[in-house]
Design a protein around this ligand. Structure first.
Ligand code: HPA
Length: 249
């Protein structure tokens, strides 16, 4: 079972057939998502910000979303998100396959384990098997993809100051966004394989010659969403039954 978590600009699962609306009750609330299939595989689609982009990044029900996917017996998650670039070589329109994150969020629910002490290993936060498949899928259909990148997660919903971006860049960050933490961590806590394709929509504050607007993020994502959906369709086709990663260990 595979799930797609669609971020800004990826609100509907055009790559799926037989799409139906479903809802799942969890202890964190009722989660609305879609079910469908592609090439004989069952796939769920969850719009992270809601189908009309009404939920801001700091208020996304991250635990509810991941718990719903766990209850649906999802074993692999491919997520997408919009990001700002900290690097001149990562340009608006580029795709970056994340391999590390640095957490600058402040006020979220980070764990399913509030009733016992669990320290989850995130040495490799993103599934190595899914990452290899995504790189191969992008090659096969000629979609350029940066094979690695460190994601800085900020609390938002404001954009960053140039001083913050300068610090993030000195720390080794490649892209900045507001949603990957705690999503990636909660997936690991549930032992669901998780990979994330970040779509660069703008140069981050201070790198960009102009002020950043949410509209600019949406415009680039609208342009890119067909390419992302094509890539996701190919990834779904290529995911094998057998796992070779360590996400469930
Ligand atoms: N900063 C944070 N989140 C973002 C950005 C950004 O510049 N662009 C898209 N999401």
């Amino acid at each position: 079972m595979i799930a797609i978590i669609g971020g800004s600009g990826v609100y509907d699962p055009h790559m799926l057939q037989n799409v139906r609306d479903i809802s799942v009750d969890t202890e964190f609330g009722t989660i609305a998502l879609k079910s469908g299939n592609h090439q004989g595989k069952s796939v769920y689609f969850l719009a992270r910000h809601g189908s009309t982009h009404s939920v801001p990044p700091h208020l996304v029900n991250y635990r509810g979303n991941i718990r719903a996917l766990q209850q649906l017996k999802v074993e692999r998650i491919i997520s997408t998100s919009a990001v700002g670039s900290l690097r001149k070589e990562m340009n608006p329109g580029d795709l970056v396959l994340l391999d590390q994150f640095i957490d600058f969020t402040k006020n979220r629910h980070y764990t399913f384990f509030d009733d016992k002490v669990v320290h989850t290993d995130v040495t490799n936060p993103y599934c190595s098997q899914l990452r290899a498949i995504i790189c191969q899928a992008a090659k096969d259909i000629d979609i350029p993809l940066h094979p690695g990148g460190t994601y800085i997660c900020t609390e938002g919903p404001r954009f960053e100051t140039p001083a913050e971006i300068n610090m993030f860049s000195l720390m080794g960050g490649h892209v900045v966004g507001m949603t990957n933490v705690p999503e990636v961590v909660l997936a690991r806590e549930t032992k669901i394989c998780y990979a994330s394709i970040a779509a660069v929509t703008n140069y981050a504050a201070g790198i960009s010659p102009t002020r950043i607007t949410h509209q600019e993020v949406i415009d680039i994502m609208d342009k890119n969403s067909e390419m992302i959906k094509k890539l996701i369709a190919k990834i779904i086709e290529m995911i094998p039954q057998t796992k070779t990663c360590e996400c469930g260990d």
